[in-house]
Write a protein that binds this ligand. Sequence first.
Ligand code: UD1
Length: 336
Amino acid sequence: MVTGGLGYIGSQTILELIRSGEYEPIAVDSCVRSNPETLGRLEAISGRKIKHYLTDICDKENFFRIFEEEKNIAAIIHFAAFKSVPESVEIPLEYYRNNLGSLENVLEACTKYSVKQLIFSSSCSIYGDVEKLPVDESTPVGTPFCPYAHTKQIGEQMLRFYADIHPETKYIALRYFNPIGADMSGKTGEEPKDAPNNLLPIMTQVASGQRECLSVFGTDYDTRDGSCIRDYIHVADIADAHVKALQYLEKEPNAPVFDAINLGSGNGVSVLEMIEAFDRITGVKLNVKRTGRRAGDVPAIYSNSTKAHTLLGWHCRHNLDDMISSAWKWEQERIR
Ligand code: UD1
């Protein structure tokens, strides 16, 4: 079961699960933040019928009904959550209610319906403003800079405490750095319902004329070119890591009951470097304006992903060119 299965990373994970040839994913999505048409696109790309339940997983009764119907759900990959940093500052209670209420139901379902594996969508934002780079999993969890990051911190804690009393399920939190890009087919990808606030979706909107210009939030940071540094990673690589996490739990009976694993490329790329790469790869020169810092941004963060390499046997297959070219291809397909 993939909750949030029609969302950005969930839908890509459905594709990678099918591509692995080992799984039969079921999508569950309320579509409050995703597009129901994604299902048809996934079916066209995979050439397979995909089961989907239009259900809000915060609604326990309806959510549990799916388990009664499906009977033998082996694993849950739990993506369904709100994920906008600025929005979480504006409506914090809705973030706590939605992101934590859904997780409560997911955990209860794992026990009630004997689900053996749970993979939880976490985020590098749990680390806050780090002192030492790159960030590995021994880096202490920092002060949360927004309610979104706080829900991910609490979510991981819920998993830890729950794992203590319910070790019959295994739990992995995957901490994503900055997932970007689209399926390499260019036929599906991110589809923000409201105006996006992440860098690459804004870049593709500027390039396609839907927005006037891109603001560079801060060029006075203590980084190599003054702009913020992030660890961008192709969404298909993130999705593939979920497949590898399930395979790992299956073949490692001695895996810890709870584990947390970083997913990043390990490369720090600055905002100005992203702009330069975008211009080079797409041939479109972005209209750029340098503005002040965005509140809550950390100057630099990138991952040490050795744990994912060793435990999961996972490595990134896509580079920055793939990330940008696939996102650009998808944007053009989307607005056609
Ligand atoms: C943050 C979180 C990430 C979370 C994501 C959800 C961190 C380190 N990362 O990503 O875990 O999943 O939010 O949204 O906390 N930028 C501009 N102009 C723009 C937009 C962005 O210059 O118009 C810059 C930002 O200042 C930042 C970089 O681009 O330096 C990436 O921004 P964004 O895509 O929003 O991701 P994060 O804030 O890094």
